[in-house]
Design a binder for this molecule. Structure first.
Ligand SMILES: [Zn+2]
Length: 143
């Protein structure tokens, strides 16, 4: 089952609060672009965003737009309500991104059926408006 929302609780959905070093990640999401941080010096991908490269300690980081393609690394189906905004059941997926080596991104499946999911399943980015002002990057089976 794909993720669905109980609109009665949309008024309680808070915009994500971003630290200064991750603002561009969230600003890009508002523009419906999924971007990831990469070290300009050693080209290591960094996610979640951080102020400094963990590998070479450089502060020279850049934002790169993602193709949004990846494969399911793992997932879980929520069958008990943890947050009333999310109608159960829904899947939380950990997607290993194809073009950003080492980046695993936590999101939801916006389309598809839980029983069809498998580890290594190709998925692609899709944008879902959780409120009028806030799109979020989610995934569907790759076409
Ligand atoms: Zn680096």
């Amino acid at each position: 089952m794909a993720v669905r929302f109980n609109q009665r609780y949309a008024q309680y959905f808070f915009e994500p609060v971003a630290e200064s070093f991750e603002e561009e990640h969230w600003n890009a999401i508002k523009r419906r672009e999924l971007v990831f941080q990469r070290c300009a010096k050693c080209e290591t991908w960094l996610h979640p965003p951080r102020p400094m490269c963990y590998k070479c300690h450089s502060y020279d980081l850049e934002w790169v737009k993602s193709s949004g393609r990846g494969k399911i690394y793992s997932w879980v189906t929520f069958t008990r309500e943890a947050n009333p905004f999310y109608r159960i059941p829904y899947e939380v997926v950990l997607v290993e991104m194809d073009d950003e080596k080492g980046v695993r991104f936590i999101s939801n499946m916006a389309e598809g059926n839980a029983e069809d999911l498998y580890i290594g399943m190709p998925v692609e980015l899709v944008w879902v408006d959780v409120t009028k002002e806030q799109p979020l990057p989610m995934f569907r089976p790759a076409k």
